[in-house]
Design a protein around this ligand. Sequence first.
Ligand code: XIL
Length: 374
Amino acid sequence: MKLLTASILFSLLFTALPAELNSQTLKEAFKEYFLIGGAISDFQAAGKEPEALELAAEQFNTITPENMLKWERVHPEPGKYNFELSDKLIEFGLKNGMFIVGHTLVWHNQTPDWVFKDDNGNYLDREQLLERLREHIHTVVGRYKGKIKGWDVVNEAVDEDGSLRKSKWLEIIGEDYIEKAFEYAHEADPEAELYYNDFNTWHKAKRDGIMKLVRNLLDKGVKIDGIGLQGHWGLDYPSLDELDESLQEYSSTGLKIMITELDINILPTPNNYTGAEITKSFEQQKKYNPYPDGLPDSMQTVLAERYAELFGKFLKYRDSITRVTFWGIHDGHSWLNNWPIRGRTSYPLLFDRELKPKPAFYAVIKTVKEINCK
Ligand code: XIL
């Protein structure tokens, strides 16, 4: 009963105000505080969902390519680059005056096996792999010099226990593959901002690992401008205290802090898994797909409240946070419909499948209005 009353109250609150709030766009509402954006999929960049691009142009002032600049897409074979979609994305971003983020140069996923091998299928040695990395970074970053303003240079290099992830990059090159990647990116575009990006950044052990990595880069004088917290979160993780502590700690580096891939998974996740390792996969079962025909109002409310509390924290750290990017534009096209379980109906973003703002959208706008009134 209490929940019901709260939910009615809440929807009244957010449906009674739309005329006023509706006229607000996200980029307008947050303009004094941080950039706000979304990831654009290959499908969308190819122009196959023009209404989603229109919504992105209306609401966002920054975009990130969801997949098209990952190694396997942009450089699928030795000597073969494929810039068709990324060129389109850049054109769209520039036309709309957006801050374009490049994602990503070095990662353990979506990187073909050939990258680590020679023509005979033998693993490269350190110098050969460094040369290959350098060539890749110079080609991709160089092509968009002055247009892509910030790069996720290294993605997910830290493991859950805080140690460096045992990737092929680490195995073949050694720990300094990270600083080398930053150096190459800096050579290729001295003006571009350079970031380290990861998930589960609020877990204590991992947080310590990321802080160690970042401090090491800073001590060595490597150019790094920001730390990207992916933000693939749930209704109860991270807790507000965990988020607060981690924002405080990352801010203490003096670097720019970004929430780079925000989405809130409200569907049940097996084993309470909180990570975003894309190779993780669980079997589909009915109980894991509870809302195939639409999200009940009560859950819209829960999601809206969660978004409101998260944005409350982002605004608290607005002096350090320079950007918040959602991982997608609307629910219909979110990767969470197929990960970590294929074929679910997911509701993680601010816009629904009809591209209409959800109660969570109004809740987010309201957080910033409250700040403005103080
Ligand atoms: C995801 C994309 O959204 C999916 O379309 C793709 O199939 C797999 O990768 N962390 C990252 C992103 O840094 O690049 C991932 O994006 C999600 C997790």
